[in-house]
Design a protein around this ligand. Structure first.
Ligand code: GLN
Length: 455
């Protein structure tokens, strides 16, 4: 199995999905075969799984696609990786991402951009989306059954949608972030991508559960067996948030959204228009909070204890650190550090940081009000358009891209709600179109059941 995966990997290497192949995978695969011979079958025995390169993997480079961590080899596994391996999964390799998971394209990586497996009529290739574009291309190209990503504002759902696969962002606090290199601690969640909802569920079942190494991982165990139980759409109240019908939403995505709403309606699920009035403030609020947490998180990268060390002569300890950071961090990362520190200046703190926290609460309350009005799910677009061509993506400045592309995915991170994207159909240009379902906090299993029904 592993040899086949390696062959596939070689054939698909032009897609640039992987930044590192796990040489130890062959040994792990043999181990699984032995287990099977002995009649032991763990839930994911021998299943090839890829891991985004911002999860720590013991003895395997973990770069975050940054020059800063290019030579970093962790001494421990992220809890997610540990649990996958304990369940018998074979980690095939580490996947490409935007530097430190900042982006929506998997274009901003020291390893170069990842390509989408889907081709339109154009000669040029389309972006995979991001920042978990490597993981999504790995799954979409068939070299692995599932992959781990991370989702702070849409980084699992955006590329999953562009690549035509299933992408699941669980409720905040259900999966351990231990060993996931942080972007925005209050919004980051590990996510799972696969070809089907059932495969996502199989992975979710083995990684869920409390973790003493992560105090934000709740002491809560969902009953994953419920996934197998009957699901009736007739018992569901579904909201269609009107604010998601936003500027820039393409006609084909809007038509797909209407098509799904009609489909649920015709199946006797209750579908009604609802309002989440603070949605339009979400991107601006997210941008401030993101930069603030980034500024704080990135201060650990000095190049002193670990990470990139410049070979230039330096005059002082401070200038050494500055040179290390200037030489090793990309423009997007540096601009977020700069703006975050600006928002956190004593004179700005209240005006930007505290104010954004208040608006975040309003956005989160919008969701809670919907759930209190007895709605079970929200159905929305995932991305505003299908995957752009690389030249289209680059023609807009990067921050504008992130801001528009995350419009529908990012509010769920503010509220910690679970959300999933599933592919619905191909557009005229042969690129995939997906739909997003958002559920109540910790109602993840029913969300997966609904997605499975829709699939
Ligand atoms: N595109 C968003 C950003 O750049 C989301 C990233 C993510 O979810 N990791 O911040």
């Amino acid at each position: 199995l592993y040899t086949k995966t390696l062959k596939d990997l070689e054939n698909k290497s032009n897609l640039n999905a992987f930044v590192h192949i796990n040489q130890d995978g062959a040994r792990q695969a043999l181990e699984c075969q032995k287990q099977l011979k002995n009649g032991i079958q763990r839930p994911l025995e021998g299943i090839p799984i890829a891991v985004k390169d911002n999860f720590c993997t013991k003895g395997i480079p973990t770069t975050c696609a940054s020059k800063m961590l290019q030579n970093f080899i962790p001494m421990y596994n992220a809890t997610m990786v540990e649990r996958l391996q304990a369940a018998g999964a074979v980690i095939v390799g580490k996947t490409n991402l935007d530097e430190f998971a900042m982006g929506s394209g998997t274009v901003d990586s020291i390893f170069g951009p990842t390509k989408n497996v889907w081709r339109s009529n154009s000669d040029e290739w389309h972006i995979a989306g991001g920042s978990s574009g490597g993981s999504c291309t790995a799954v979409a190209s068939g070299v692995c059954v599932a992959a781990l990503g991370s989702d702070t504002g849409g980084s699992v759902r955006n590329p999953a949608s562009y690549c035509g696969i299933v992408g699941f962002k669980p409720s905040y606090g259900l999966l351990s972030r231990h060993g996931l290199i942080p972007l925005v601690n209050s919004m980051d969640v590990p996510g799972i991508v696969a070809q089907t909802v059932e495969d996502v569920m199989a992975v979710f079942s083995v990684v869920i559960g409390p973790d003493l190494n992560d105090s934000t991982c709740l002491n809560m165990n969902l009953d994953t067996n419920k996934f197998q139980q009957d699901f009736s759409i007739r018992d569901c109240r579904i909201g269609i948030p009107e604010e998601y019908n936003c500027k820039g939403l393409s006609k084909e995505v809007k038509d797909t959204w209407n098509y799904i709403a009609d489909l649920i309606d015709n199946s006797e699920g209750m579908v009604k228009k609802v309002s989440l009035p603070h949605t339009s403030a979400s991107i601006a609020t997210y941008s401030v909070l993101n930069a603030c947490e980034v500024a704080s998180n990135m201060s650990r990268y000095t190049g002193i204890l670990y990470g990139y060390r410049s070979t230039q002569n330096y005059k002082s300890f401070e200038s050494l650190i500055t040179t290390n950071r200037i030489e090793a961090l990309g423009e997007v990362v540096r601009s977020r550090i700069l703006s975050g520190n600006f928002f956190l200046l004593q004179s700005n703190y209240e005006k930007y940081f505290l104010q954004s926290l208040k608006v975040r609460r309003l956005i989160s309350d919008d969701f809670q009000n919907i759930w209190k009005s007895n709605y079970d799910f929200l159905v929305t677009p995932t991305t505003l358009t299908t995957a752009p061509l690389l030249s289209e993506f680059k023609s807009l400045d990067n921050r504008t891209q992130c801001a528009t592309q995350d419009y529908c995915t990012q509010p769920a991170n503010m509220a910690g709600c679970p959300a999933i994207t599933i592919p619905v159909k191909l557009s005229k240009s042969k690129m995939p179109i997906s739909i997003q379902i958002i559920g109540q906090n910790f109602d993840d299993i029913r969300l997966l059941q609904f997605a499975n029904w829709l699939e």
